[in-house]
Design a protein around this ligand. Structure first.
Ligand SMILES: Cc1ncc(COP(=O)(O)O)c(C=O)c1O
Length: 402
């Protein structure tokens, strides 16, 4: 039998996957895997802080307590006790009243982004994205062929004039934000800026995705008001246990208004039926049987010292004209070189001296040469940070100006 049609490799793939950018960071990490390279390129939580023994105990207890029941299929929304705990924590820590029914457990917050793209975006729908923005969100929303409208973010928050200009051309479908200790820049939106963003969105159909995996990793400063508090009907709040417990469980959640949650549940059913039920029970047991706040304080104290070491070393070893953010939490710091310099060229020089980072361009839409770069401080000890920043300072001095 003769089968007709175009069998060239390109034709087997959907349009939706063809334009999705490959993770450039993965390529960089391949170079950085050499143990002699000091890597500020990763985006991982520090493995030394994983509560291995406590998780072992929680695992045994869950199996003893629930036996076969915990190994069965379960409901799409997630383990009720865990959802209640998440709701209770929002109330206690942020005075944020979210009904349990509005919380859906996801396979990491990354799945939340995918599900939101799936239920909200038709091809070409407009999505405002932070510039620089989280690469995983750019990737997830690209799959649904979003038309991105980048809006710059800085230590002053989201550029309100630009956002206003974008909104005046017609309400975008959604706005994606990481207002606390952002990935990649480590910045947080000041309180007044949040109010400004909320004012622009209130009474519009635009939805705001508030992605908050780092909010609990606060080193100093005031806790800022969540968009979920300011504009609850517009906001979908995403959370994660990846940075506060472990990322391998792939446990996150989202909180959304009723009509949106309803569609998300259908999309999740279609995607994977439900999030790993066993992992949900283990994490719940772990949190209940241990002092979770003390564990988070330990992470905060280690990351704070590492952030301090990085800033002190930058002051000491970088030329004065180099600008950098001073994150009040999270895992990243953002460096801006003078305008004519290329961070990709800097990478090529720096890697010869065995130090790695992520050049800024993958965090922008359609930019290939930029003068910015991301440094991660969560995975490198203080002494090594000092050595790595010294090498990077040396590389900057060697960098040609044009
Ligand atoms: C801003 C942001 N959102 C989401 C994620 C994904 O987190 P999860 O492990 O919960 O899927 C990350 C991970 O680095 C992140 O930085």
């Amino acid at each position: 039998m003769q089968i007709s049609g175009d069998l060239s490799p390109k034709s087997i793939f959907s349009d939706r996957i063809s334009d999705v950018p490959k993770s450039f960071i993965r390529e960089i990490l391949k170079v950085a895997i050499d143990p002699s390279v000091i890597s500020f390129a990763g985006g991982l939580p520090n493995r030394k802080l994983f509560p291995v023994e406590e998780i072992k105990e929680a695992t045994n207890r869950v199996l003893e307590e629930y036996g076969r029941d915990v190994l069965q299929y379960s409901n799409t929304e997630g383990f009720l006790e865990l959802r209640k705990y998440i709701a209770q924590r929002y109330l206690e820590k942020q005075n944020l009243d979210i009904p349990v029914d509005n919380i859906l457990i996801t396979n990491g917050s990354q799945q939340g982004l995918d599900l939101l793209g799936k239920i909200l975006l038709n091809q070409g729908d407009e999505a405002v994205i932070e510039e620089p923005g989280y690469l995983g969100a750019i990737q997830a929303l690209s799959v649904y062929r979003a038309s991105f409208r980048p809006v710059p973010v800085s230590e002053e928050g989201m550029a309100l004039a630009r956002l206003k200009a974008v909104m005046s051309q017609g309400a975008p479908k959604l706005i994606y934000t990481v207002p606390n200790f952002q990935n990649p820049a480590g910045i947080s939106y000041p309180e007044a800026n949040r109010l400004g963003v909320a004012d622009l969105l209130r009474n519009t159909p635009t939805l705001l995705i508030e992605d908050d995996p780092y909010g609990e990793l606060q080193f100093e400063g005031e806790k800022k008001t969540s968009f979920k508090k300011l504009i609850p009907e517009n906001t979908i709040l995403l959370g994660s246990f990846s940075k506060t417990v472990v990322p391998s469980f792939r446990l996150g959640w989202l909180a959304a208004p009723d009509h949106i949650l309803e569609k998300l549940v259908i999309a999740k059913q279609a995607a994977d039926l439900h999030t790993n039920n066993f992992a949900q029970h283990v994490i719940y047991r772990y949190i209940k049987d241990n002092n979770f706040d003390a564990h988070i304080e330990k992470i905060v104290s280690v990351y704070r010292s590492q952030r301090n070491a990085m800033i002190e070393s930058i002051r000491h070893y970088f030329p004065q004209e180099i600008k950098y953010t001073k994150p009040e939490g999270g895992m990243f710091l953002w460096v801006t070189l003078p305008p004519q310099m290329s961070s990709m060229k800097l990478f090529e020089i720096a890697i010869q001296d065995k130090v790695a980072f992520v050049p800024g361009h993958p965090f922008y839409i359609n930019k290939t040469e930029v003068n910015t770069l991301r440094l991660n401080f969560s995975c490198v000890d203080e002494e090594t940070i000092q050595l790595g920043i010294k090498r990077l300072g040396r590389a900057i001095i060697q960098l040609p100006a044009a």
